[in-house]
Design a protein around this ligand. Structure first.
Ligand SMILES: N[C@@H](CCC(=O)N[C@@H](CS)C(=O)NCC(=O)O)C(=O)O
Length: 214
């Protein structure tokens, strides 16, 4: 089985976390961001993650991939059918927007990118968010908004999100805010850092593993 992914992508990280939690072996294929042909040939669209199952089926929606992998429903996927999902999605779209504005100008300098994929990514993302140098100049505004939204998460993550045990909601939350670990000099509040480390341990998640794997 194969996972086609981008290292920085929160939706791809969801699948990596789930695979780790479920102890499923897979081949990791990090595609350059400017590679259009491969994803289109697999699913018809240039969007990752894509998971190739052992029967040759290719699927590209992180939560659909996870639901199909999680045969024993370890992640309590039925949570996705509750009204709590709207609250989580709403918080994630707010947190995710600031994480993207803050981290995109730094993600492009990680080893995942080369000159071509960096230029492709930057050109594409600047259409929506404006010039990356402005994102960096306005970092305080995005940080303030991120921290405000994080405040509303803190009362719910004593152990895992509104629960004593990890669920799909934790994978959705942790994968979305993980990027802030690479934002220069940013430190998560201790409660959030401890929570992320709990998710990391359960999911045996290693952000950089793809760079060091042979
Ligand atoms: N709903 C999808 C979203 C996946 C997604 O947005 N992937 C982004 C990367 S973070 C992508 O492939 N974008 C392609 C592009 O912008 O060229 C999922 O949950 O898997």
């Amino acid at each position: 089985m194969k996972l086609y992914h981008y290292v920085h992508c929160p939706f791809c990280i969801r699948v990596r976390m789930a695979l780790g939690l479920l102890d499923i072996e897979f081949e990791s294929i990090v595609l350059p961001y400017n590679e259009e042909e491969k994803p289109k040939s697999l699913t018809g669209v240039k969007m990752l993650p894509i998971f190739t199952f052992s029967n040759g089926e290719n699927i590209n929606e992180s939560l659909d991939i996870i639901a199909k992998l999680d045969k024993g429903n370890i992640l309590k996927n039925e949570n996705l059918k509750t009204s709590e999902r709207d609250a989580v999605e709403d918080l994630l779209s707010k947190l995710g927007s600031d994480v993207h504005s803050l981290c995109m100008p730094y993600w492009i300098w990680t080893p995942e990118f080369n000159n071509e994929s960096r230029a492709y990514f930057q050109t594409k993302k600047e259409v929506k968010r404006g010039p990356f140098n402005k994102l960096i100049q306005n970092r305080d505004q995005y940080l303030k908004s991120f921290e405000n939204n994080l405040e509303s998460l803190i009362p719910h993550i004593d152990k895992f999100y509104k629960s004593e045990s990890l669920s799909i909601f934790d994978i959705m939350i942790a994968s979305h805010i993980w990027g802030m670990y690479i934002f220069p000099e940013y430190q998560f509040p201790k409660t959030v850092h401890d929570y992320l480390q709990r998710v990391k341990r359960e999911c045996k998640f290693d952000y950089h593993i793809d760079f060091w794997k042979d």
